[in-house]
Design a binder for this molecule. Structure first.
Ligand code: IPE
Ligand code: IPE
Ligand code: MG
Length: 238
């Protein structure tokens, strides 16, 4: 445990990938893989915050995932509803502030209402932040921030030469610190439109396991790997 106590990434992002393959490998419907992944989540989130991580961004659904069969999309929406209802009181009790990143359209009304309720009721949580990226696209996030900033400039509330890196951060969906460590399960080596602006100096880790098999032990292994990295931010090697 001692090694885990130091050099903990402040902001961790997880691309929860491989649910479909987990299910297909077992002859099950893809949605069963999503269900299995969700089952795992509460214990994992609890463990990650206990490790000292302060912000956790979970990639739950990309905007591009709406290209999938409507049956899978619908099963995912039902799963979100089920889990929001089930886990919400726990998050509130634990003092975790839940925020959502992504566009509202074309999310279902009941899902949006549930997201709004969770946001409102956990807004005073001060232990840690859980950022759920749902109907999220990193490129659209930058487009949406640009529009907000352009609007301020047009209304003369902001001068063009006042725009800097922090201004962009401020107008992203959530005003969160840069992401330090991104984990993508399932052995795929790509970012798939996740936290593009925030990840400029992130460290990456790509475990082979599918998300339903990514447990506390797997997270500890990821953390140990992070602790071996030498982050330079463009400076000299230490
Ligand atoms: C990730 O698992 C979950 C979502 C995208 C919602 P996938 O559904 O992408 O699983 P694979 O990559 O097809 O195995
Ligand atoms: C990224 O996974 C989105 C989530 C895990 C929610 P995908 O499975 O959609 O990404 P690609 O299509 O393989 O790049
Ligand atoms: Mg996938």
């Amino acid at each position: 445990m001692a090694a885990l106590e130091k050099n903990i990434p402040y902001h961790v992002g997880i691309i929860m990938d491989g649910n479909g393959r987990w299910a297909t490998k077992r002859g099950l419907k893809r949605s069963m893989g999503h269900k299995e992944g969700a089952k795992n989540l509460k214990t994992l989130v609890e463990h990650i915050f206990k490790s000292g991580v302060k912000v956790l961004s979970l990639y739950a659904l990309s905007s591009e995932n709406f290209k999938r069969d409507s049956e899978e999309v619908n099963d995912l929406m039902n799963l979100f509803m089920e889990n929001f209802k089930k886990e919400f009181s726990y998050l509130k009790e634990q003092n975790i502030k839940v925020v959502f990143s992504g566009r509202r359209e074309p999310l279902r009304e009941d899902v949006l209402a549930s997201m709004d309720k969770i946001t409102k009721e956990t807004k005073n949580g001060n232990l840690a932040i859980l950022n759920i990226c749902l109907n999220y696209s990193g490129q659209d996030e930058i487009v949406d921030a640009t529009k907000k900033i352009a609007n301020l400039v047009v209304n003369k509330e902001l001068a063009i030469n006042e725009i800097n890196k922090d201004t962009i951060y401020h107008y992203l969906y959530q005003d969160l610190p840069p992401v330090d460590f991104i984990i993508r399960t399932s052995g795929e080596y790509r970012i798939s439109n996740f936290l593009l602006y925030q990840a400029s100096y992130a460290e990456y880790y790509f475990p082979k396991v599918y998300f339903p098999d990514f447990n506390q032990k797997e997270f500890d292994m990821a953390l140990m790997e992070y602790q071996k990295r030498n982050r330079r931010f463009g400076g000299n090697a230490k």
